[in-house]
Write a protein that binds this ligand. Structure first.
Ligand code: PGA
Ligand code: ZN
Length: 422
């Protein structure tokens, strides 16, 4: 057995994410390699996500790494991912990582994988995905922000996104999203003299506009850019409906629009939006326990990805339940929703067997880590959701540009299901 990947040390420290929140960063040092990963954080988190940190926050998590986790991991092989992730589960011994923290597990799990890749002298995507991994994901990027990601007046829908398709290269796809982002700024400036160029955590524009105004602006920008670049750029939305849902009233509360919709009305509303704006992608159109409505809308619309984020929380059990119900046809993969790479991979394998579309995703509070760029390719996710601009987003986009260059002639855009719009 090779000793190159033998773990010699695990070091944890406190750093900050893009929102300035404290987060954990972990270094895993092997005999011949090194890996480093820091954990992201969500703002509109799903209820089924693991607990990020133990009581006592990041400081307590670091203490746990030093006193409890590092002594167990030193001497293991960094390429024994399952063994490492199993050790993390055993040390925690709860079903939601509340003892050691899901973000602690995440940082260790990803840093170990990188350390193993580095020990073998391989890029992470090839170490995890093998030499056949060569397909670049399409970038799905946030252009206008609303909902919980914005303070003050903004659309109630959380994200208005762009996704180019039929593009020959990742670089051209990412450039198209940047063009759309710029075009939307111009339109917002021309429509609202008070627009001051404000941007959300994810680098998307924040403006005092309604849902419909945001969609009209996106439609104009996507059309202009599609004509300019010669391939289609479609619109997507993340409704993040759990943030709108009132369990007491059993209604979705659209505060900006002073409107309240019951489940049936929500379904009609979303269906109308999909048809009118030829939406290619709709995330969390219903709250996180409403599998039935997810199933109903999936049945009723064509060529539109209906994606579960809070609904599945990257959790294999929740996904299996959703599959039985025929809820959604796509799933957001956020590794820190479940804690470890092994857990996320188990979910992705179920996704693939079911023919759903896996979408690798950032979090609204993220770091300049680039690992998800590699994970998207290694785990064959045809789409990556990671913003258009802003440092933490650009870190992932730029890494994909580097990988595309590294792969040269072997680089290929992933197979995307047929989606409408553009
Ligand atoms: P987050 O939300 O704030 O939980 O990262 C992003 C999303 O809903 O996709
Ligand atoms: Zn979401």
């Amino acid at each position: 057995m090779s000793t190159a990947t033998l773990i010699e040390d695990v070091i944890a420290r406190k750093v900050f994410n893009s929102r300035g929140e404290e987060t954990i960063e972990v270094d895993v040092i092997t005999t011949s390699g090194f890996g480093r990963a820091s954990a992201p954080a969500g703002e509109s988190r799903g209820k089924a996500e693991v607990v990020y940190y133990p009581n006592g926050g990041v400081d307590e998590a670091i203490k746990k790494v030093e006193e409890l986790i590092a002594p167990e991991l030193v001497g293991l092989n960094a390429d024994s991912q399952e063994e490492i992730d199993k050790a993390l589960h055993e040390l925690d011994n709860t079903n939601d990582f509340r003892v050691i923290g899901g973000n602690t597990a995440f940082a260790i799990s990803v840093a170990s994988a990188e350390a193993a890749a580095n020990s073998y002298g391989l890029p992470l995507f090839q170490y995890l995905g093998g030499y056949t991994a060569h397909e670049l994901p399409y970038p799905l990027g946030n252009v206008i922000s609303g909902g919980k990601h914005v303070q003050g007046k903004a659309p109630d829908i959380q994200e208005f996104l762009a996704i180019p398709h039929g593009v020959p290269s990742f670089l051209e796809a990412a450039s198209a999203n940047v063009k759309i982002h710029k075009k939307v700024k111009e339109i917002l400036k021309s429509k609202d003299v008070f627009f001051n160029g404000g941007r959300s955590d994810e680098g998307a524009w924040t403006a005092n506009i309604t849902n419909m105004e945001a969609l009209e602006i996106m439609a104009n920008a996507c059309e202009e850019v599609s004509n300019e670049v010669g391939f289609k750029c479609s619109i997507g939305i993340d409704v993040a409906s759990s943030s709108l849902w009132s369990p007491e009233k059993k209604k979705y509360l659209y505060k900006r629009e002073e409107n309240e919709l019951n489940s049936g009305e929500q379904l009609e509303f979303i269906k109308e939006l999909i048809e009118k704006y030829q939406l290619a992608y709709v995330e969390d159109p219903f709250h996180e326990e409403d599998y039935e409505s997810f199933a109903e809308i999936t049945k009723k619309v064509k060529n539109c990805l209906i994606s579960g984020d809070d609904l599945f929380a990257t959790n294999n059990e929740r996904l299996n339940y959703g599959l039985k119900m025929h809820a959604a046809n796509a799933i957001i993969i956020k590794v820190n929703q479940v804690g470890t790479l092994t857990d996320a991979l188990e979910t992705i394998e179920t996704v693939k067997r079911a023919g759903y579309v896996p979408i690798m995703s950032h979090r609204s509070g993220d770091t300049c880590d680039w690992h998800i760029a590699h994970l998207a390719i290694a785990f064959k996710c045809p789409i990556i959701k990671t913003g258009v601009v802003e440092g933490a987003r650009i870190a992932k986009i730029n890494e994909l540009i580097r990988i595309e260059e590294f792969l040269g002639d072997r680089a290929k855009m992933a197979e995307l299901p047929i989606i409408q719009g553009g």
